[in-house]
Ligand binder design. Structure first.
Ligand SMILES: Cc1cc2nc3c(=O)[nH]c(=O)nc-3n(C[C@H](O)[C@H](O)[C@H](O)COP(=O)(O)O)c2cc1C
Length: 360
């Protein structure tokens, strides 16, 4: 294993937040694919806009809207402030939030309070976070339980990020035993398990396998939003690192296609994350069958630039925009929106992709 000291992880997590805010961490020409789907509208909506309900259910819990803040940070002093602010905003709105990888907390237990937002905000629905690859090295189920219990996570996200690790100067590349480790996690976890990609998407075949081993939800984490490989390459000064070049970083399933692929699998809930910049994209993901839409960098940016009220305003506006699309579709509830897949027309690349994969 490339042994990282606690200090290295702390620096890395701080770098991630700074780079995500200051650099262009998207890939030019790569989109999340939702522009290749169009809704058939309703010209005569037989409903009252004010009666449209945004309430939604995820992992058996009710939320005020079908969106969540995807896991980002923890492990260094400023992260405590960021996570606590995000927790207050999410609890106020009534939506779930994720924290960043708790590996830092396992290596340096004194960083617990940078993740443990429930101490200040007990009502927030909290999704914990650990990286699957760590279980191919030295992480144990006891550490998994410890990570979940110490922050009182209501669900645990296990992130899979092979492309990111490949581009990270200190990346972990021995992924042997990953499926066995996942099976163990799904079997023994005391809370629902979400397997979470971070920007290259998860294909139908793997989602099917995840549902078979008892995984509760999949965050498809598709291409088209924040590019982790690109973000890591800003930090990578090794001579033989992959080129920090948008052409070499074009890799992965766009979020829209990954969401559609995942929707072919029954018995697993879907979170659609990756470049979900506005409500129209979110409405399309929900119509495909997603239970939640995950948003990371745009919320972080609004929080850092405009504070807690800015992030709250941004999220509320986003929810309002989903509601506006629902009005134009003539649907009254999120459950009804989730049954509108037949009204999404796949165009261009979406049509090619989905036809070739025999999903049309
Ligand atoms: C600053 C930052 C840190 C992140 N750290 C983590 C992490 O520790 N664990 C994880 O699973 N995902 C992490 N992510 C990935 C996000 O959860 C999300 O999958 C990705 O950024 C795509 O969403 P976006 O396009 O809305 O940013 C991080 C994202 C950002 C922007």
């Amino acid at each position: 294993m490339v042994e990282n000291s606690g200090m290295d992880i702390r620096d890395r997590k701080e770098d991630h937040v700074n780079l995500a805010i200051t650099e262009n961490v998207t890939i030019s020409g790569v989109t999340n694919g939702f522009e290749d789907f169009e809704f058939v509208p309703t010209a005569i909506p037989d409903l009252d806009f004010d009666e449209i309900s945004m309430e939604s259910t995820f992992l058996g819990q009710k939320f005020s809207a079908p969106i969540m803040v995807a896991g980002m940070t923890g492990g260094y002093p400023k992260a405590k402030e960021i996570n606590n602010k995000l927790a207050r905003v999410c609890a106020k709105i009534g939506i779930p939030m994720g924290i960043g990888s708790q590996r830092a907390m396992i290596v340096r237990p004194e960083t617990l309070d940078t993740f443990a937002v429930k101490k200040e905000v007990p009502d927030v629905f909290l999704v914990g976070n650990l990286g699957l690859v760590q279980f191919s090295y030295d992480f144990t189920m006891d550490q998994y339980h410890e990570a979940q219990e110490k922050v009182q996570a209501d669900a645990m996200a296990v992130h899979v990020n092979s492309f990111q690790e490949l581009c990270q100067p200190e990346g972990d590349l021995n992924w042997k035993g990953s499926w066995k480790n996942l099976e163990k996690i799904c079997k023994h976890s005391k809370v629902p398990v979400i397997v979470k990609e971070v920007g290259t998407g998860i294909a139908y075949e793997e989602v099917l396998q995840l549902s078979k081993i008892g995984c509760n939800a999949v965050d498809v984490g598709g291409a088209g939003g924040t590019s982790w490989p690109k973000l890591e390459l800003f930090r990578n000064t090794k001579d033989d690192a992959l080129d920090l070049n948008d052409e070499t970083l074009k890799w992965g399933i766009p979020t829209a296609f990954a969401t559609w692929e995942a929707s072919q699998v029954k018995d697993i809930e879907i979170i659609s994350t990756g470049g979900m910049y506005h409500g129209l994209m979110a409405a399309k993901a929900l119509a495909m069958g997603a239970s939640m839409v995950g948003i990371a960098r745009p919320v972080l940016k609004s929080l850092i630039e405009f504070g807690e009220r800015g992030a709250e305003k941004w999220l509320k506006h986003y929810i309002l925009n989903i509601k506006r699309v629902m009005f134009l579709l003539g649907v009254q509830s999120v459950d009804e929106l989730k049954m509108q897949k037949q009204r999404l027309i796949p165009l261009r690349k979406a049509r090619e992709w989905l036809s070739y994969r025999k999903f049309l």
